[in-house]
Write a protein of this length. Sequence first.
Length: 299
Amino acid sequence: MTDVEWIAIDWGTSNLRVWGMNANGRAVREATSTNGMNLLARDQFEDALMALVSTWLNGPTIAIACGMVGARQGWMEAPYSTVPCEPLGEGIVKVPTQDARLQMHILSGIKQTSPADVMRGEETQIAGFLALNKDWDGVICLPGTHTKWVHVSAGEVVSFQTLMTGELFGLISEQSVLAHSVTSEGWSDAAFEEGLSTAMSRPEALAARLFNIRASQLLEDTAQDTGRARLSGLLIGAELAATKPYWLGQNVAIVGSAPLASHYTTALRGQGVPVTETDPVAMTVAGLTAGYKKLKGIT
């Protein structure tokens, strides 16, 4: 016998993370694997999940998942809800399973038709933040490979914007000429702040300022950790310039992992923006718990 009442699942492109939740809403089991969505065919998802949770199941057990598991190429596509909408929208898709002990469900993502945009997984973190911060209005920033800026009001997602800043950082630092001038670790606060200021004041000059990183390393032997921080500052600065209508004059909550979330906090506070940092894992579990309550009709 176990004390697991239901199972919370965060299933992304690269990783799978699960929590066994007890009747008091506390995680009493936890497991992870690298069986992300991109490694699995549709008929392999159940086996990948059961490899982690089968010993937790006493009988029919509800499982709630968020993330890319609900994408078109995932276990089963969970349709998008359209903004404006509550973070968890209207759709919780039930997935047929071979093992009768597993009652599998996937939370829907959110879409915006104009300008076209989508999110899948982040809506659950937003739901978790709102569950823990009642009556909160403002903007939630979710830094990552594809950073989301989300306007929230009266418990609904009103609009959002996705920026590929994290992916651009990875591509430029690893596959461009700047790979020779940027280290994979190390940091310079001064270089970050200089890049941030440069890009925010003149975002149209970003391409030229990027090559300055390479030129400075060749001519002045600039340290690679300085190049890394300056590249991050330039890209995040360009992002803040593009998203100014979202954060200017707003309360902003950051839902992201360190150290990236801290860089966004530093950048925003430098603009006089009040920022609240939160734990992304806690927000995910709180959001999945909100999904479980919605499925069970618990208020």
